[in-house]
Design a protein around this ligand. Structure first.
Ligand code: TYD
Ligand code: MG
Length: 464
């Protein structure tokens, strides 16, 4: 049999979704379960090995040596509260950021506006687009009212040329829009492939660190797997932000999913207007703005997003299922969590949902990660099933455990204060919740989920 395995010819396959390597092609990536995302990838350029420089060049220090500890990183504020908070208190010098999001969501708009703000606050900023010509960016800048801003614009995709320009210009901040359009000539594969995207991101990040420059890279979230997605560079950067929003809704949420220099899971809320993105300083008011009369299935959840309280309306619809397998549809919440809550309602509270289709939605297109939403979800489900509205002036929060017990959640006081600020007069909470007095707000603590169902909806649950 063939003894000669030709290593040079061995192919490498990479998942465009998560960047995992595979030895052979397959239809589904077993690392992230994405379909049709695996492509053949060329290995990085394999030139002759360079000679060692005689050891590591960075100096070695003792862990205990306090004198070498660095001062806190220098930061620059954009002066846009929603952006600065998500960054963890402004832009850190020499940091690398990734801003991901669906095409068309407003990443270029956000970053052009941010570029102008940072430039106004003293940073030398260059905005490099691989997707639009400089005159197209100028047109956008005119629409945004930013023509006076000292930001430099360039249209370029060749990484070598970009690095040469950055070397000469010495900006404090470079914005690369988008990383998928960048092209490194030493990498033998097409722009947008995993190796190109990774290699470009790596070179830009390394350059940034060694030149005290910050770099913000835009990454389109890709749907079809033919282009590498932003996830393949997440591990290389200090901060990963995602820009989210629903089609048909004006507002956008900038969310930090990783931040070496601040809290993760922080959100900034913006509204897309005719003149670009505007800050939304009071998101609760926005999310509750089109709340109508008391309706069955509608519950106001007092949640925490990052460090800030946000009230949202959770809506449930429950209807007899015409099919043998009933439907569960969730928008804005984790579907696994819905399954868990339905199971607890059925087995601990005697409120079954079999034979019923269940639709669950967070109004306004918000996405909730806070486990404190459990009780609000359960309340919406039972309220929809019983066709009985909750008290209109009440907010709800609490985590549900598998036993049906209610667990207290973090930042009770902030949640209650936000509820009071928006005119609510009562809060349904877990029993163990810290007793904080907020003027004008009555607490209705509940021992467990079964007690909650009986107290709010009477005994009608089990019979139906
Ligand atoms: P864009 O920033 O180009 O999205 P991305 O870079 O994420 O692909 O935003 C595109 C959308 O935003 C486009 O549909 C037009 C809209 N838009 C406004 O509504 N107002 C504005 O002032 C601007 C500049 C864009
Ligand atoms: Mg764009």
């Amino acid at each position: 049999m063939g003894q000669h395995v030709n290593m040079a010819k061995q192919k490498i396959f990479t998942c465009n979704e998560c960047g995992a390597s595979h030895t052979k092609w397959s239809g589904q990536c077993d690392a992230c379960n994405a379909w049709n995302s695996i492509v053949e990838d060329k290995p990085l350029g394999t030139g002759p090995a360079k000679k060692s420089l005689g050891g590591m060049r960075g100096k070695r220090v003792a862990l205990t040596d306090l004198a070498t500890q660095e001062a806190p990183p220098a930061r620059t504020l954009a002066g846009v509260g929603e952006l600065d908070r998500v960054l963890g208190g402004g832009l850190v010098q020499a940091s690398a950021l990734l801003v991901g999001g669906d095409p068309g969501i407003g990443k270029s708009t956000l970053l052009l506006q941010a570029a102008a703000r940072f430039a106004r606050n003293g940073l030398k900023v260059i905005y490099i687009s691989g997707e639009e010509s400089a005159s197209q960016i100028q047109m956008r800048a005119r629409r945004l009212g930013l023509t006076e801003s000292p930001v430099k614009l360039a249209s370029e995709t060749n990484l070598r040329d970009i690095l040469t320009t950055l070397e000469a210009e010495k900006p404090d901040l470079a914005i690369i829009d988008s990383i998928q359009t960048m092209w490194a000539d030493n990498v033998d594969s097409a722009p947008g492939s995993v190796s190109q995207v990774r290699s470009s991101a790596h070179e830009l990040t390394t350059f940034a660190k060694s030149h005290a420059m910050s770099v913000i890279m835009v990454g389109h979230v890709t749907k079809d797997g033919s282009i590498a997605g932003p996830r393949v560079v997440e591990h290389m950067v200090d901060t990963v932000l995602y820009f989210e929003g629903e089609r048909g809704h004006q507002f956008r949420i900038l969310r930090s999913v990783k931040n070496r220099f601040g809290p993760a899971d922080e959100i900034g809320v913006f509204e897309m207007t005719g003149k670009g993105l505007a800050e939304v300083k009071n998101p609760s008011a926005l999310f509750l703005s089109d709340r109508g009369k008391p309706a069955p299935g509608s519950v106001v959840f007092a949640g925490i997003e990052g460090t800030r309280p946000v009230l949202t309306e959770i809506q449930a619809l429950v209807a007899p299922s015409p099919h043998s397998q009933s439907k569960r549809s969730v928008v804005g919440l984790d579907s696994g969590r819905l399954g868990m809550i339905l199971a607890v309602l059925e087995s601990r509270c005697g409120v079954p949902f079999n034979g019923l289709d269940v639709y669950l939605n967070v109004a306004g297109g918000m996405r909730i990660n806070d486990p404190g939403a459990d009780l609000a979800v359960a309340a919406a489900l039972v309220s929809a099933r019983e066709d009985a509205p909750l008290p209109h002036d009440a907010v709800v929060f609490g985590e549900i455990s598998l036993s049906g017990a209610l667990r207290p959640v973090v930042q009770t006081e902030n949640r209650l204060k936000e509820a009071q600020k928006l005119g609510f007069t009562s809060a349904i909470t877990p029993q163990q919740t810290k007793k904080v007095a907020v003027a004008g707000l009555t607490l209705r603590p509940m021992q467990d989920l079964a007690t909650f169902v009986v107290e709010i909806f009477g005994d009608r649950g089990p019979e139906k």
